[in-house]
Design a protein around this ligand. Structure first.
Ligand SMILES: Nc1ncnc2c1ncn2[C@@H]1O[C@H](COP(=O)(O)OP(=O)(O)O)[C@@H](O)[C@H]1O
Ligand SMILES: Cc1ncc(C[n+]2csc(CCOP(=O)(O)OP(=O)(O)O)c2C)c(N)n1
Ligand SMILES: [Mg+2]
Length: 317
């Protein structure tokens, strides 16, 4: 096994054209674009908690970065720099090489520089700090939703957790659907372009990591408002899956990394154009209410029972 410093040099220290100084010194040196604000976020992935220990390392590398870039996307930030702190099991340089391959593939796709980190031996644990830029005043926070705003979600929430249920043998999906759902679980697409398009369009946004209703609940709480969600406005459930499980995954499954956001009704034409340009479906699933709380309605406007809350590390679902 190579030394710690050989590992860093071989796998993690790559050119950083967007930094003053990248990996190799005690700190990286970064020069933000003059006049821009920095957006900073960190998320950790722990084997057995955030991913199955046998997950393919290349996909895990991608996902480790994706879940962090997703938080930048939710604020409308342009991703610029990341630091990667990892505890890796010893004696498997091939594993580390594959992990780095997946991580850097996504970094390159979004023009993000890996400017530093930390590499230790230990139980597999991955922590990224991501930094992005925003024009001052244009960040999309969780707290800006207003009564009568529309409530939107991107993409197809629920596929990732359906994939997890399949991987854990809790359900058996047909081959094509299993491939789609496992891809959603292992290779989420951080919605950075969508987030940037939502600047000055959305009133509030959050990325859906813990489950659609749970994360919308966080946004509502921060905005001190409520919402009604129309079940018949949600994206169609995937064909061939157990409909009850598919619905539970859609509403509460987590691991989606789509964006949920609110916007005044006047933004509907803009959002239709954004969806067309990005080739990403945007679903208008409900509206914000002045009264707090989340209500789920059927097509007749009748209230339906709310399923279990979103993912919480310290409470069983
Ligand atoms: N240990 C901590 N110290 C300070 N702030 C924290 C800590 N853990 C989480 N937070 C903050 O609490 C908020 C909610 O965290 P989290 O649910 O992990 O958000 P996200 O889904 O965006 O990752 C975030 O603003 C995060 O920065
Ligand atoms: C092995 C395994 N078990 C359970 C899950 C489901 N899961 C784990 S963490 C999580 C929520 C997201 O993680 P968190 O640390 O809350 O991310 P954050 O909200 O901070 O971005 C979900 C849905 C999973 N992906 N893999
Ligand atoms: Mg977090």
């Amino acid at each position: 096994m190579p030394s710690e410093f050989e590992l860093i040099d071989r796998h993690f220290a790559r050119p950083t054209p967007g930094a003053v100084l990248g990996p190799g010194d005690d700190c990286a040196l970064l020069q933000p674009t003059p006049g821009m604000q920095l957006a900073a976020t960190t998320d950790m992935l722990v084997a057995g908690v955030h991913f199955l220990p046998e997950t393919d390392p290349e996909r895990l590398g991608w996902k480790t970065l994706a879940v962090n870039l997703s938080d930048l996307a939710a604020m409308g930030a342009q991703a610029r720099w990341v630091l990667l702190a990892g505890a890796f099991p010893e004696d498997d340089e091939d594993w580390i090489a594959a992990f780095a391959k997946g991580f850097f593939a996504l970094a390159q796709l979004h023009g993000v520089d890996v400017v530093g980190g930390d590499t230790t031996r230990g139980p597999l644990n991955l922590c990224v700090t991501a930094l992005g830029e925003l024009p001052p005043g244009q960040a999309i926070t969780r707290s800006g939703a207003r009564a009568e705003d529309d409530l939107w979600v991107s993409g197809t929430p629920g596929l990732a957790s359906l994939g997890l249920a399949h991987a854990q043998h809790k359900t058996q999906l047909a081959d094509d659907l299993a491939t789609t759902c496992l891809e959603a679980l292992r290779r989420p697409q951080p919605r950075l372009a969508l987030g940037r398009s939502l600047r000055r369009v959305a009133s509030a946004a959050i990325d859906v990591s813990d489950g659609l209703l749970g994360d919308i609940g966080h946004l509502l709480e921060r905005s001190k408002v409520g919402a009604e969600i129309r079940m018949d406005h949600l994206p169609p459930l995937p064909q061939g899956a157990d409909p009850e499980l598919a619905r539970a995954c859609q509403l509460g499954g987590g691991d989606d990394y789509e964006l949920a956001f609110t916007a005044p009704a006047s933004q509907r034409p803009t959002l239709a154009a954004v969806a067309a340009v990005l080739k990403l479906p945007l679903w208008r699933i409900g509206r914000i209410t002045p009264a707090p709380g989340l209500r789920l309605l059927d097509e007749q406007g009748q209230e339906l029972p709310l399923p279990a809350k979103g993912f919480d590390h310290f409470h069983a679902a």
